[in-house]
Design a protein around this ligand. Sequence first.
Ligand code: PLP
Length: 372
Amino acid sequence: MRVPFVDLHSQYLSIKSAIDEAIAGVIAESAFVRGRHVDAFEEAWANTLGVKHCVSCANGTDALYIAMRGLGVKPGDEVITTAHSWISTSETITQAGARVVFCDTDNKTFTLDPGSIESKITHRTVGIIPVHLYGQPADMDPIMSIAKKHNLWVIEDCAQAHLARYGGKLVGTFGNAATFSFYPGKNLGAFGDAGCIITNDDSLADWTTTYARHGGKGEHVIEGINSRLDGLQAAILKVKLPHLPAWTEARRRVASQYDKLFSGIEGLLTPEVAPGRDHVYHLYVIRTDERDALKKHLTDAGISTVLSYPKALPFYPAYAYLAHEPEDFPVAYANQSRILSLPIYPEIGDEMVAYVVDKIAEFHSRLAPVSA
Ligand SMILES: *Cc1c(COP(=O)(O)O)cnc(C)c1O
């Protein structure tokens, strides 16, 4: 049996006629960039989340950059974010002109540890970017109270967390703004790059809309950038959106199958979900000290796995200039060599999940006598 890490084709087949019709419609209208399909998706996504504005843009990375520019980030500012994420979260802080300040993660949830934020705040700090990593919300209550106390903005990076909830409230609705990615493999994915900013702040929505479209159409009130969503992506996302709740439920079902089947395998940690948080399992990440050997064992058995991410951000060459040591981020550092993302997607079959678990159990049973 072969188990791919994701299977975008089977999702396409499950809604093929609606997708094909939507694509043909955009082509027939030549509604390629912006246009009514983009407006319709922006409205639908804002309504789904219960926010006033959805400002679409080219991808989730641009969304972070544009949101920061909209919040007035300037050279000399410092922005605090998690040590463990995809690099978009931190590279955009630098792009916006600020200095990246990393914080360690909470060992249970892999998200920004609120307990380590305050010691990083200086008179230059302007904002915090928590990431709802793997689909589990960051600990938003303490993060928002720290932000309030120190008068900082918060941008939630929701790229992996469409429809996740914290205390019953949708992620993306806590901070001044939030950003989403609709990269093909994300929980809601286009057929190319796509992203957006959401906010309830009218002036932030106005400014980011203008900035992302060359600083205004007709009258260029500022110099902007070109970061637009195209009509094909918007039409595809609009077709997919009504399926998102069922796809999210399917991901949760797969995760609970994994949880159940893994119980009793020693030396393997399954994802923990903190109380009050609804995880949407963009990724299902286990931890084991034998990670590299296990990954090889699974590859040999036809099972694709991924390291998300093989290093915590401060330890990549890109951040060598910050001269961090492992002991600066002990949790993120310890986890980078233990994490392994297993295949999870709505269309994965029960027999595939069982096969993955069997192969992992087989690996651990071989391991047991050696480590005893
Ligand atoms: C995917 C992702 C992004 C960036 O999204 P793109 O659309 O690929 O630019 C940002 N942050 C996180 C945590 C992501 O996983």
